[in-house]
Design a binder for this molecule. Structure first.
Ligand SMILES: [Zn+2]
Ligand SMILES: [Zn+2]
Length: 301
């Protein structure tokens, strides 16, 4: 071998090694162990995902899924219907993780049915409670067979409004085969010119589709016509509502004449008591509290 050839060979080897990250850094088992030791630290995983394309790919394929299972075992098992832990989920695991821990904020004019006048940035949440009993309130009667988890509203004070704004989010199990989707397709509801803040897919407005039951307003502590929500083609839900002030002596937003829902609060978890204030009880298999990391982001509200 000539010195030139040796040089080329050495250079080639060095270049290849330089291009390869340290093997330990991309060892899935090691990454899982590290993240397990941090109890699946959300920000550490965000950070790891931004280090390199290889780490991002591993996070997308393995780590976000593990984080979801660790942080919300009951809800995720329910969404997966007891399927294998290695299974896929519509929209991907990073999108579900984002939905669990991130309030997506709102645009000044989120839609033609809802006006805010100011932009609200998204933020990490300290904790969110997702409930399928709550989710039932967002399903029209004929779609009650679907399984939908919906979070408590994240409350935002609005400087120029008497009412607080509530932002909430949720996820369907098996949306592709859901009655809700079949109903949207059957009614030929067109997709909106906006995308899901969690997975980037197109969304349907349930208001436009006339599929918002009155029970949704009751559940949120809002009034009829004062809320809106969207569902993306992957089954992620996000929405906004005006929350009735707690001092309001109105009828607490509960028309009480549709008696089509909220009789299912048999888990005693999220009850809308006579004062109109939501109170929480013990957790059960119908709901799951997901807790963000204990320290807050500089951008978090
Ligand atoms: Zn929020
Ligand atoms: Zn989505």
């Amino acid at each position: 071998m000539s010195s030139n050839q040796r040089l080329r060979t050495n250079y080639g080897t060095e270049a290849a090694e330089a291009a390869e990250p340290e093997p330990g850094l991309v060892d899935e088992r090691l990454l899982v162990l590290v993240l397990e030791s941090t109890k699946w630290d959300l920000r550490l995983l965000c950070l790891a995902s931004s280090v390199s394309r290889k780490l991002r790919a591993i996070a997308k394929r393995v780590l976000w899924r593990q984080l979801c299972f660790h942080r919300a075992p009951h809800m995720v098992a329910s969404l997966m219907d007891g399927g294998p832990k290695g299974g896929r989920i519509a929209g991907g695991w990073p999108a579900l993780a984002k939905l669990m821990f991130f309030c997506c904020g709102a645009e000044p004019e989120p839609s033609r049915h809802f006006r805010l006048g100011q932009r609200l940035p998204g933020h990490f949440v300290k904790a969110s409670r997702f409930s399928k009993t709550s989710g039932r309130s967002f399903l029209p009667r004929k779609c009650r067979g679907d399984l939908l988890y919906v979070s408590d509203p994240c409350e935002h004070q609005m400087s120029d409004q008497n009412e607080d704004l509530g932002l909430y989010r949720g996820v369907f199990k098996g949306f592709m085969s859901s009655r809700t989707r079949a109903c949207l397709i059957r009614r030929q509801v067109t997709l909106e010119d906006r995308v899901c803040p969690y997975c980037g897919a197109r969304v349907w407005s349930m208001t436009t589709a006339r599929l918002v039951p009155r029970s949704a307003a009751r559940r949120l502590g809002s009034r009829d016509g004062r809320l809106e929500y969207f569902v993306c083609v992957n089954g992620h839900l996000h929405g906004s509502c005006w929350l009735i002030p707690l001092s309001s002596d109105e009828d607490n937003g509960r028309p009480g004449d549709d008696n089509d829902d909220d009789k299912s609060d048999d888990d005693g978890l999220m009850t809308n008591d006579d004062s109109g204030i939501y109170s929480s009880g013990s957790l059960s298999s119908t709901e799951e509290e997901v807790v963000g990391d204990s320290y807050s982001s500089p951008n978090a509200n």
